[in-house]
Design a protein around this ligand. Sequence first.
Ligand code: G3H
Ligand code: ZN
Length: 278
Amino acid sequence: MKLVNGYDLMKFAKKYGYVLPAFNTTNLEMTYAIANGLMEANLPGYIQISSNNLRLSNPEVIAGIARDAVKKSETPIGLHLDHGRSFADVKACVDAGFTSIMIDMSHLPFEENVRESKRAAEYCHFYGIPVEVELGALRGKEEDIVDESGCKTDPDMVESYVEGTGCDVLAVSVGNVHGLCLNPEIDIPLLSRIHEVSKVPLVLHGGSGIPKEVIWEAKKHGLIKINYGSDLRREYIRTFGEAYEANHNEHDVIHLSIDAVKNVADRVKELVMMINEH
Ligand code: G3H
Ligand code: ZN
């Protein structure tokens, strides 16, 4: 199968009642692992990469690997830019063949956030690609970016934000935290209020550590996509770390890389099945 357009992927999810997981990649191994995990579960989702990670693997490289990784897939898989931090990154990813885009201007004051997000949305829409935007900021750590300025999404701003940006999906801050935070306090009543006023479906970032029951509940309040990053990265690093702990002279990169792909794929499979159990 080809990488699937983001609109088609969301249509598919809505039709069959799925929540779409979006798994963060950094490199070749993580990308194959994510595709393998989704294919083994035979459930839809996204491979996604953040602007931050594009410092290592540029959009063309990741798009090439992702296309290869999904070619035997019988379940729809999209390629998404996560936390797009500039118009240049958005453009480079669209041009490289990404099928879904996030522009994250949540650190900016409201008017600027709207203006910059809208600019990206117009570019993506010209190419038939949906756009995720973010209102409210998340606490926690996204790799080397630490943000302690968490402020929850204000439901009173949602309608004009969605309208003003022309977005297709909205990432919200409702107590979700980036990083390996166990059991974050997700404010379901707030999510529900946002859902009531939002014309577009909602996204939860910071999926690692959110209990499954909370995700199933969030599903009833407009959740269509949930992001997982740290959980998979820990699995990847654990594979190499344990081998090194056992033998400081370990130097078998190929076997360890194959093991890492398997371990990350197993975790992907577990997570996508878990969120769609109900
Ligand atoms: O955008 C990426 C995610 O929000 C990842 O969050 O590392 O807490 O799973 P996480
Ligand atoms: Zn995120």
